[in-house]
Design a protein around this ligand. Structure first.
Ligand code: IFM
Length: 453
């Protein structure tokens, strides 16, 4: 059986600024929390930093040509806030605006729809020095930045996301300490989650004033399964959902926090940072939600509470079972059915919102053959099976309108540095040379027919 995706379905590839751009001091860019974090010994594998990354900043035109050759409908990129406001406040840095303006115009000239994400984790360091996402003020500074970007690019960007994966920004960054800024306080993680949601709502208001494009945000809603049908294991999933998923989605899509979210997080916070009117601001109407999916997890009621610091704030007595094989280089279970299930259950909980698979892909071992090419049949299988999983969700009535492969090219995988490769296109980190992997050729051929065999 084959599945065909009509022309109204959007296929694309995704990247993020700090992961590919490099050129961290070029054009007046200020330091971000990821510059500080990656330069702190012991924080990133191999001492890797984003100083050069894929040197995309200097290779923009050639990278846009790669996208055109791939044949994508859309490109999802993120804007580095510290290129626009080097110290996180004040008037915009023209060189930064010019770079993204060239990026957007270059996409449009190639017939590719620009999909911009405003915040993919590179907070200006100056704002972190004033409290970062622990501070309510950061949400208002984000709205100023959103306003600047909407004014500059609102006539040309086809789709805007305010945030990428607020769970990672809040919990990996402020509770578990494995992402920038490296804080290890559950309370700070929850505050950050709320202020990120507030920033999203304020950002939507700012964007709305200058663009008619669809607006939304991107989540990594986790797909959880209970280890058994026991009440304990079902409760483990409910708690993990309430604290790891609905903490982010419920205020935005329903204007409230779930009862179980208040309850489970109550041991860490008194919620004093939730001000009157916040939930209304956070739930400003949006057109779409992006869901990033890589792998599901199986949970049971934990026998031993998780040791701190953990990103699973509020779910400390939930146990994550070891990943079932087959796994990717990240050690993540390969389970396409998880994507169908995620799309279905998100749609059931939040009907009426358009969904986009805004990231999906796999880090694989990737050894170039004697011909210098990476013959990554494993990645092709991963992509094909997950695009099939999207088709299954659509067939079941879920309004999924797009799929973005992560990632266009190998890049800086946060605390794993350059040790994990997710790209369709290989990057030689000594020369920054790009080489097409078999998966890139496969995606190109697939996009030519939009038909999955
Ligand atoms: O590389 C990241 C990306 O920045 C956010 N989503 C998950 C990807 C793979 O870990």
């Amino acid at each position: 059986m084959s599945v065909h995706f009509g022309d109204d379905f959007v296929f694309g590839a995704a990247t993020a600024a700090y992961q590919i751009e490099g050129a961290v001091t070029a054009g007046g860019r200020g330091p971000s929390i990821w510059d500080t974090f990656s330069h702190t010994p012991g924080k990133v594998e191999g001492g890797d930093t984003g100083d050069v990354a894929c040197d995309h900043f200097h290779r923009l035109e050639a990278d846009l040509d790669l996208l055109a050759e791939l044949g994508v409908d859309s490109y999802r990129f993120s804007i580095a806030w510290p290129r626009i406001q080097p110290a996180g406040t004040g008037s915009p840095n023209q060189a930064g605006l010019d770079f993204y303006s060239r990026l957007v115009d270059g996409l449009l000239a190639r017939g590719i729809a620009p999909f911009a994400t405003l915040y993919h984790w590179d907070l200006p360091q100056a704002l972190e020095d004033r409290g970062g996402w622990r501070a309510r003020d950061t949400a208002y500074r984000f709205a100023d930045y959103a306003d600047i970007m909407a004014t500059a690019l609102g006539d040309r960007v086809a789709r805007w996301a305010t945030l990428n994966e607020p769970w990672c920004a809040a919990m990996l960054g402020y509770a578990a300490g494995v992402h920038a800024p490296g804080a290890t306080s559950p309370r700070a993680g929850i505050r950050a989650a709320h202020h990120l949601g507030l920033a999203h709502g304020l950002g939507i208001h700012a964007l709305r004033a200058s663009t008619a494009a669809p607006l939304g945000l991107v989540y990594n809603i986790h797909q959880f399964y209970p280890a058994s049908d026991s009440d304990d294991d079902l409760r483990a999933v409910a708690v993990a959902d309430a604290t790891g998923n609905w903490l982010y989605a419920e205020p935005v899509l329903k204007g409230r926090y779930d009862e179980l979210t208040w309850e489970a997080l109550g041991r860490h916070t008194d919620w004093e940072f939730v001000a009157g009117g916040d939930l209304e601001t956070m739930s400003a109407p949006i057109e779409f939600v992006g869901l990033n999916y890589y792998s599901p997890s199986t949970l049971r009621r934990g026998r031993v509470p998780q040791a701190a610091p953990t990103p699973w704030v509020g779910a400390e007595d939930v146990e994550w079972l070891p990943a079932r094989p087959p796994v990717t280089e990240m050690g993540w279970t390969i389970e396409p059915q998880g994507l169908t299930d995620l799309l279905q259950r998100f749609h059931e909980r939040y009907p009426g919102v358009e969904l986009i698979v805004s990231e999906n892909g796999a880090a694989m071992p990737d050894r170039p053959g004697d011909d210098g090419v990476v013959h990554d049949q494993d990645r092709i299988d991963y992509l094909a099976s997950h695009i099939g999983a999207v088709a299954a969700a659509r067939a079941a009535g879920v309004p999924v309108t797009g799929y973005f492969a992560w990632s266009l090219m190998d890049n800086f995988e946060w605390s794993f540095g350059y040790s994990k490769r997710f790209g369709l296109i290989r990057v030689d980190y000594d020369t920054c040379e790009r080489t097409w992997k078999d998966s890139a050729r496969w995606f190109q051929q697939f996009l030519a027919t939009r038909t999955l065999a």
